[in-house]
Ligand binder design. Sequence first.
Ligand code: ATP
Ligand code: MG
Length: 437
Amino acid sequence: MRLTKSFLPTLKEVPADAQIASHRLMLRAGLIRQTASGIYAWLPAGLRVLRNIERIVREEQNAIGAQEVLMPTLQSADLWRQSGRYDAYGPEMLRIQDRHGRDMLYGPTNEEMITEIFGQSVKSYRELPQSLYHIQWKFRDERRPRFGVMRGREFLMKDAYSFDADYDGAVISYRKMMLAYLRTFQRLGVRAIPMRADTGPIGGELSHEFLILAPTGESTVYFDAALEQQDWLAQSVDFHDPESLGRFFKDVTTSYAATDEMHDETAWKSVPADRQREGRGIEVGHIFYFEDKYTRSMGVTVNGPDGAAFHPHMGSYGIGVSRLTGAIIEAHHDAQGIIWPESVAPFKAAVLNLKPGDAQVDEICNRFNQLGGDAVLLDDRDERAGVKFNDADLMGHPWQIIVGPRGAKEGRVELKNRRSGERLDLSVDEAIERVLL
Ligand code: ATP
Ligand code: MG
């Protein structure tokens, strides 16, 4: 793709109101623009990142057998009156009236709606378990929207909901989600540590928040470093086998990890001192089991083997898809800009044409551009080399292929790795092989 034909507006100035690195970099690299407090438009490069995150989230949800649906953003207030949450939710809920004066709302979450959809169609225990998810915009009128997309008012969430016949079934659904989450975050290039979270009146151990370590995080976290060293993608957990899932869950939960709300000093002291990690964390996901809270309050039942009706047990499982864009940048940047993990980068490589108009340089650049297709961004602007270097560093492409007149004469280019800073002098074919094949 040619930069001269793209909409990739970078900013030289540091936006004054952006307090944290990811917010500044998302504005400067042209990923987002604010349109109202806590509400953002996604520009082409930002949307590419968002779509890449969604794709990985989706693949890992599908891999554990969850089914994708798409529920609307607007919901009827009556649905929420059934569960009793319409009044309980408070000022975070955006309440709207339609032209007939009917109360509506912009969904802050979807437990009620999915419970109703499930209840209309599932009548027998034989149709359980079910796990449904969607990736949809939410609105929460946060008291203090801040840090860009990290705490927005309109934000993109993956939310999943499981329905099981009983507690034992719900435990299996929960463990599958935990597995999917750990794999998802690792593929996104971040270490999200699962931490015991508050279960409210339900109790038990089935509530975990996933936090990425970053100095700008809103929570204080304590965890055993053993959790950082695990390779979840290399582990062979059979999600069809409850025992395999059980071993995996034990493995995850025996290491200490808690946010300050759940922190237990006595248990913390038993973690060897050289493995104690304490810091700030950004919450990027939350999984939660809540018995039959919604099926009971909304009167949803299915028939058991004996013909008697019962309320299925549910869990809900969120991932902050748009928040992750910021969180990934918090974990991967330097003074020059973003350093994207390859799995989410808007472009895999930038080709920097240092002398547009030079026949040999243009020819080599065009070759990379054609071969690379959508994965490559060709900087063909009539600008100084310094401007191109700075913009490429700012935008964080994993690779930069630098094509100048001297090297081009000999059919050679420079390949720079954004993360390590390593530079290699390569032939055009070698560079193609390294980056594009
Ligand atoms: P928080 O404590 O950060 O407000 P929450 O407990 O309200 O989060 P959930 O209701 O569990 O969040 O939502 C699931 C996920 O959605 C969260 O883990 C987080 O990643 C993301 N999320 C929640 N609120 C926002 C927001 N205002 N902006 C962006 N992402 C959000
Ligand atoms: Mg919240």
